[in-house]
Design a protein around this ligand. Sequence first.
Ligand code: HEC
Length: 248
Amino acid sequence: MSSKTKLAALVLAGLGVALSGCARLDMQDQPKYKPQRPSEFFADGRSGRPELEGTVARGEMQEDSAFYSGRDEKGDDIAGFPIAVDKAFIQRGQERYDIYCAPCHGRIGNGLGMVVRRGFKAPPSYHIDRLRNAPVGHFYDVISNGYGAMLNYAAQIQPRDRWAIIAYIRALQYSENANVNDLSADVRSKVPAVGAPLTPEQKAAEASQPLVPKDPDFYNFPAEPATPSGVPGARGVGAYKTNQPERK
Ligand code: HEC
């Protein structure tokens, strides 16, 4: 290498150092797209890319289709629970049922909840033969997708809790049709005989867990649903005329 070319190489190297000192290619100035900014690079003009077909986000794999859809491979409602049911699970269902379903379906599932007493369309009782014989998958479908006048509860109730609610509905249905001989002997002895006066113990049990709420409002409404089915809204045609002052 001649001394002239050596000098040129040195000058070039020096220039390089000087230039890279000015350009801030660090994290502050990194090349990137901000969310929702347009892009000229992609044909659709968007910088955000759509998910590839079939992409499954972490934690969102729903492999157990019976659990997530309530249907079998043929698309029929499943008849058996896709999840183990025990007492704690049913109690969880009772808690969720009392929050989300009882306002319309009533605490005992007779379809006479407070919202219905105030004029909403009355749902059928869970104790009719059709719903007693309906597969659990049907209940899952109603909660997930709604049914007629009833909106769906997919956003409010996660799949596991939907099954817990259904387990509790099954318990409610059984409670209306239980055979006293299914009880163990010691429990059976506590069941009052038809027409017999209640023992103090039974009276105390009934007072602590009344079937019908003790709220005096409850008794100011008729036993029959306020509105003929098909008439939504408390002020609709045929709505029950209450003598109570309008609530603000
Ligand atoms: C806002 C009132 C309301 C709430 C809350 C509500 N439902 Fe309903 N539900 C209805 C009405 C009204 C119908 C009848 C719909 C129709 O026939 O148009 C119904 C119908 C049903 C049916 C019967 C479907 C059939 O085959 O006839 C089931 C089962 C049911 N609801 C389950 C539930 C469960 C479980 C919950 C709680 C997660 C719930 N509902 C919450 C109003 C409600």
